[in-house]
Design a protein around this ligand. Sequence first.
Ligand code: NAP
Ligand code: MG
Length: 513
Amino acid sequence: MIPYRNEPLTNFALPENKAAMQAALDHVRQQLGRTYPLIIGGEAIATEKTLPSVNPCNHQQVVGIVAQGNREHADAALAAAENAFTSWSRTPMQVRADYLFKLAAIMRRQKAELSAWLTMEVGKNWVEADADVAEAIDFCEYYGRQAIELSHGRTPIPLPGERNSFTYIPLGVGLVISPWNFPLAILLGMTAAAIVAGNTVIIKPANTAAVIGAKVFELIQAADLPAGVVNYLPGSGSDVGEYLVNHPRTRFVNFTGSMAVGLRINQQAAIAQPGQIWIKRVIAEMGGKDCIIVDETADLEAAARGIVQSAFGFQGQKCSACSRAIIVDSVYDQVLERVVELTNQLAVGPAADNYAVGAVIDAAAFAKITSYIKECGEEGRLVAGGEYDDQQGYFIKPTVYADVKPDARLAQEEIFGPVLATIRATDFEHALAIANDTIYGLTGSLYSQKRERIEQAKQEFHVGNLYVNRGCTGALVGVHPFGGFNMSGTDSKAGGPDYVQLFMQAKSISERL
Ligand code: NAP
Ligand code: MG
């Protein structure tokens, strides 16, 4: 087997790559507005209720119309997944891994087209869309290899007179509930790990990205996965999603999304329902209030660039996005000035035209993010952005507030949009204390040239993903296993060496000879 390596990113400066993306966008434009059914046990099912998914950069443009599953569909999906589990759970791990490698190969061939769908449905510019596809490919390649390793099991301590073994077996039927912000990578990554381990799943994509969910299903069909191993069930999260979370026959839930929903799922799944014979396993990766610390010894230009890129890439709609810049007093004004300069250089416009900053995902997100701009104005000094316009698309200018107090709403709540709070710290110790003063603990970054402080941050900066002298977004599968502490989730470390094992249980067998 070829050793794992990350999928290279596309260089859009090359004319042939640019042309390929333009052609893919044209191709996708011709397919807008189609209807996508549920897929249960390999059967396409049209539903009476449907939901349109629109282009956030042009909300009159319907990207697709997606079926909405109800509770009867959920029951049927559970039955189909249970049915498929019998043979899938006994399919050799190597064979299951081969399906993932096939999925990766198909995605490599369809890269530009998949990127174009991401651009249209969630407003990712070309580079962001391409990175989402590359990450999806990486998850398949990485988890496939991890599963093959796990298939060897472990050798227990030998005991004379006995033959003993220790092997990993799958859990059963699981639920994959995904967010809209990495609708390809996260949905497919969460699914790939669960199925390569031998489980069968029902996937419930976020409604604002359900067309990508249907594309994931098309990939699964193209890879010829047996019917019922993956079942596609778009629908209301709080209705059909919660119904499945509560269902006694659901064995595990693999969730990525907001803290509020993750906590709710964790709570609901803990209740043993009548007829339930196991403790449900919940993997929940949730929100963040991530920050970058800059001290007086840092490369200030690199720090300012790192802050702006981490704060405003994909409109700040990443769980890893920098939403607090904590800068020590002696260099605060200088770094802030450069951050404002760089922020003002970011052009806002349609993702399909590859603007640096596109629109935020939907009307609800637009209302939520702009409510901070309207209500929290007195919490800081507005030094960039602050303007917004939703006539055509949900556009919000990258916005920077200066001199925000560490306990202000702007500094404590996950806004999940292009809004950055800069906070003045007296010194490095103070900056570190502010950084840790949050309920979350996902990513964090320190710009410093002082070894002693870097070592201190390694011990005391309490985040699942700590970066030094680089931005706090852009984790690579296998290279930067990803997941957070505290209210950022169960720290499952997606793209890490222990991830696939989360979807398995170990069986210990001892035979007296
Ligand atoms: P969300 O509102 O929590 O939704 C996530 C998923 O949960 C959606 O599919 C949603 O369906 C479903 N859902 C809603 N209520 C439910 C319920 N009661 N029971 C079961 N499922 C339910 O999150 P989002 O807005 O899509 O994504 C943004 C959030 O995800 C941010 O907080 C971000 O930080 C976080 N995130 C975390 C990571 C990480 O790795 N830690 C990665 C990416 C994103 P509907 O679409 O129908 O509401
Ligand atoms: Mg949502």
